[in-house]
Design a protein. Structure first.
Ligand SMILES: [Zn+2]
Length: 260
């Protein structure tokens, strides 16, 4: 069974100290354990560049480049940042802009600042005709509003935490929905319901490693190979085999990221 982890932070500092062999070993082990495709996610300029380097080091690894809402205060000029991203995204292994969006959970970054970067990166996606990965934490209404402002831009809501109704609305707008390890948590009633309403051709899976480690490893260091637990849980919830979920999420991800 081959799996596609559409969202992992394999360059995270935790792997250098907590995983034997560090990032490179983590990726090569994941690939040999059947996670044949991984998109490594940027959250700032620096690790967006690292994502591209990793993508060139490993077949099956691709890069996402973008500024996470929690990182927007690191920069002085949004236009300079956009220009740098535009250059980076010319790379053949940079397949998506992300992760971008809004995080209202921690109130340490002003919402207006988050909104400026979100909108500028949506404009860039429109200009470059590239998909986006949205980080939406407790900001469902404002994220949905931004999506509607850019009908030409398509993307995915990663580690989806919205309602089944919101999932259906996004699907209608042409978007994809990605589920992480949170769907395996016992008390995750809403994501479990949401994953049942997403049509087969819009479903993606991810780990968000090193975060959101799925059951039965909840609380531990997450890694791409654990995407199999999310795959299994979704299969159970939808009443199909895990092989079927692996196959459709692989096809969907290749289509979404325009990978041959
Ligand atoms: Zn992430």
């Amino acid at each position: 069974m081959e799996l596609f982890d559409t969202h992992a932070h394999c360059d995270d500092a935790r792997y250098a100290t907590e995983y034997e062999g560090g990032t490179d070993k983590l990726i090569s082990n994941s690939i040999s354990e059947g996670v044949t495709h991984i998109v490594n996610i940027g959250t700032c300029l620096e690790n967006s560049r690292v994502s591209i380097e990793l993508a060139h080091k490993f077949d099956g690894v691709y890069a996402s480049c973008g500024i996470h809402p929690s990182d927007v205060l690191s920069y002085e000029s949004v236009d300079d940042v956009i220009n740098e991203l535009r250059e980076m995204l010319k790379d053949e292994k940079a397949v998506v802009i992300g992760e971008i969006g809004l995080d209202y959970h921690y109130d340490d970054v002003p919402r207006e600042a988050q909104m400026i970067y979100f909108e500028k990166q949506m404009e860039l996606a429109k200009e470059l005709n590239m998909p986006v990965i949205i980080h939406d934490r407790e900001a469902h209404g404002d994220c949905l509003e931004m999506v509607k402002k850019f009908p030409e831009v398509k993307g995915v809501f990663h580690s989806f935490s919205g309602s089944p109704e919101m999932a259906s609305e996004l699907v209608k707008l042409g978007w994809y929905i990605s589920f992480s390890g949170t769907v395996t948590f016992k008390n995750a009633r809403v994501p479990k319901e949401a994953c049942k309403v997403v049509p087969s051709d819009r479903l993606l899976i991810e780990t968000d490693a090193p975060y959101l480690c799925p059951t039965p490893h909840r609380g531990e260091l997450n890694m791409p190979s654990y995407v199999k637990f999310t795959c299994e849980e979704i299969a159970n919830l939808r009443g199909v085999t895990k092989e079927e979920i692996a196959k459709i999420t692989m096809e969907n991800a290749k289509r979404f990221f325009k990978i041959k």
